[in-house]
Design a binder for this molecule. Structure first.
Ligand code: F6R
Length: 366
């Protein structure tokens, strides 16, 4: 049942090229330049005319939502908010008819997400579900949706469901942006091509597993980890930190790289590994100087970089390379080494990576 892998988590990490491919299959046609999604096509007017999109989820699904906020605002010029379901549910948020809620959930059974959606639906919001489990409670409550088609996810830590959620959310944003006219034909076609290349690029990223395992052994005794990223890679820094703490029980925090100066830099000393999610994008030079600031304070710098980034290789103690991609698409690939880092760190520490202590696969109580 684990298909020859030692753990479900590893199997599911390695299934990502297939999971993303399955998610794109029958929807995205790079040659024709089309994205066909039943649930979106039927409600395109509603999405185009939405005053606001609110994305609701928990944990890793919230991280997918945060990245979707950046992407939707960039491509579709619509105001987007992303909320933790547990907060949204209790804080009496302003919800108006004409607001579209996108619910993001792997299991489709997370109690906080479910109740948050029921409340919003009662206030007249339209609920669009991005769910993995077919026929789950959230899928049934949604008025429209797109399944992620990642296949069953057994490992408690979400991996392939996350990349599949992103794939669906990106397709929605690209399709909507083009239909609104906020995304040019050229950029639309370019992003479609880039999305179609993701399965192969994830495969290349997976081929670095052996060197990531070595890094995990090297850093396994750290007490804390910091994960830094900017722009589209900021949600990936949060996700990298969450994966590491769940699986290895090492305290880890994700931050926007520039926020470092506003507090976390106080933690930097020789024993602190700082992971930079530093694939090449418009922020690159800024990340280079952030990494230099860490080195100046004797922290250890580990960086996920675009291949052949000589400058970062020179600054960092250790680097993990991923193939080049459009900066918008890069997070789908840059998250993979961080999942592997968490997995191999837990493994090095002899922990139960598929069932970390105190965690359940779906949180059906609040
Ligand atoms: C982290 C993880 C959790 C879930 C969260 C939401 O690895 O798995 O943070 O992402 O409990 O679960 P779903 O997506 O099923 O609503």
């Amino acid at each position: 049942e684990k298909g020859g892998y030692e753990h479900f988590m590893l199997k599911e990490i390695f299934e990502q090229p297939t999971a993303v491919f399955d998610c794109l299959r029958g929807r995205l046609d790079a040659k024709k330049g089309t994205i066909t999604m039943g649930g979106i096509d039927q409600h395109l007017d509603l999405l185009r005319e939405a005053n606001r999109i609110i994305i609701v989820g928990c944990g890793t699904s919230w991280h997918a939502g945060l990245l979707a906020e950046y992407v939707l605002e960039e491509l579709c010029r619509v105001p987007v908010e992303v909320e933790y379901a547990s907060e949204f549910r209790y804080r009496n948020p302003v919800i108006n008819p004409g607001d579209v809620i996108i619910a993001v959930s792997q299991s489709g059974e997370t109690a906080d997400t479910l109740v948050a959606l029921e409340n919003a639906k009662n206030k007249g919001a339209f609920i669009f579900g991005v769910v993995n489990v077919v026929g789950s409670s959230i899928a049934r409550l949604s008025q429209a949706g797109a399944y992620t088609h990642a296949g069953p996810e057994i490992g408690v830590a979400s991996t392939k469901a996350f990349t599949a959620q992103l794939t669906v959310l990106y397709m929605i944003a690209i399709k909507l942006g083009y239909s609104k006219g906020t995304l040019s034909k050229e950029r639309y076609q370019h992003l479609i091509n880039e999305l179609s290349l993701v399965p192969d690029k994830i495969q290349d990223a997976l081929n670095e597993a052996t060197s990531i395992e070595k890094l995990a052994k090297k850093y396994q005794h750290a007490r804390d980890f910091l994960f830094l990223g900017r722009g589209y890679n900021f949600p990936i820094a949060l996700e990298g930190a969450l994966k590491l703490k769940e699986i290895s029980y090492i305290h880890a925090e994700g931050y926007p790289a520039a926020e470092m100066k506003h507090g976390p830099i106080a933690l930097v000393e020789e024993t602190l590994p700082v992971v930079f999610v530093a694939t090449r994008d418009v922020y690159h030079e800024k990340l280079v100087s952030n990494a230099r600031e860490i080195k100046a304070r004797k922290g250890q710098v580990l960086a996920v970089i675009t291949e052949n980034d000589d400058l970062f290789e020179e600054i960092a103690d250790d680097t993990i390379s991923v193939p080049a991609a459009d900066e918008l698409i890069a997070p789908l690939i840059s998250v993979v080494p961080l999942q592997l880092l968490a997995y191999y760190t837990g493994l090095a520490k002899g922990l139960d990576v598929d069932k970390p202590r105190n965690l359940a696969k779906s949180v059906t109580v609040e």
